[in-house]
Design a protein around this ligand. Structure first.
Ligand code: ATR
Length: 265
């Protein structure tokens, strides 16, 4: 059988095994995709990866907190993974480990499910690790102007300098939506156990896209308030980021559709 999996800490609640198993079953592929808990140090990560390679794994997805470790331990990496500063895929090739980042194309494809023309102004809330991937995705979608805002302004400024973005104060997060086509929340606000994101969506264009990258809860307060817009939730992104790994390791067709989403709900 073909072996693959997802490495993280914690990893118990990951839905990736269900996604890959569903695709493997649909394509009649003999394979296993398992959760792999790796304690959060680079040494632990490196040791487990070496073991997985030895026992013949084709590759693994990588989730928190190991995405930066994955890029560091790889022998080679895609331009996207290097620019993102993180990898969510490691492919074990004959003589080397290759790192890639499918969060970027995953987010871009989740947007494309709603529109072929995402417009020219995107606003990103938050400036952590997840924001980097979203910035690259918006660039890949051809969005000309990207504005970033973050509670800690210096972190937004650092990303703005690196990627050529505009910055506004966190207090101005509603005003900056005036005429924007796309809003992405990458902060932890709205997650289970966190305070909700407070923002006024009325300045957004009516056909705009609103995305929240978390999937616990699936319908965040932001997405609930966004009913008149196109919405992208964390499950849409999770399903789309899984496609490249499945295609590379299991060599089968990976389709994101309502049936798959219903299995995950
Ligand atoms: P990730 O890797 O998922 O992006 P992270 O790097 O911890 O996670 O980033 C969390 C983001 O949520 C940051 O942008 C953080 O803002 P700061 O840079 O100011 O810390 C944002 N965030 C977390 N709690 C917040 C809150 N109560 N209000 C506003 N922003 C918050």
């Amino acid at each position: 059988p073909i072996l693959a999996g997802v490495a993280g800490w914690p990893v118990t609640y990951s839905l990736s095994p269900v996604i890959h198993s569903t695709w493997a079953h649909r394509a009649n592929i003999n394979g296993y995709y398992i959760p792999i808990a790796i304690e959060p140090t680079e040494d632990d990560f490196r040791a487990v990866i070496a073991g997985l390679r030895k026992v013949g794994f084709a590759g693994i997805n990588v989730t928190k907190p190991h995405k930066e470790n994955a890029l560091r331990i790889a022998d080679d990496a895609s331009g996207t993974a290097k620019s993102a500063g993180a990898a969510n895929m490691l492919t074990f090739r004959e003589d080397h480990i290759y790192a890639d980042n499918s969060d970027v194309v995953g987010f871009a494809n989740a947007v494309k499910d709603h529109t072929d023309q995402p417009g020219d102004h995107g606003v990103i809330l938050g400036a952590g690790g997840a924001a980097r991937g979203v910035i690259l995705a918006l660039k890949e979608l051809g969005i000309q102007k990207i504005t970033i805002t973050n509670r800690t302004r210096e972190k937004a400024e650092a990303l703005a300098a690196e990627f050529g973005l505009a910055v506004v104060d966190w207090d101005k997060r509603s005003e900056v939506l005036d005429g924007a086509d796309l809003l992405v929340n990458t902060t932890s606000l709205g997650m289970t156990g966190q305070p909700p994101l407070e923002i006024d969506l009325s300045p957004l264009k009516s056909k705009s896209v609103i995305a929240d990258i978390v999937y616990s809860p699936l319908e965040t307060p932001l997405l609930r308030a966004a009913k008149n817009h196109h919405t992208i939730d964390g499950l849409a992104m999770l399903m789309h980021q899984a496609v490249p790994g499945f295609e590379q390791w299991f060599r089968g067709n990976a389709k994101v559709d309502e049936d798959l989403k219903n299995i995950l709900l």
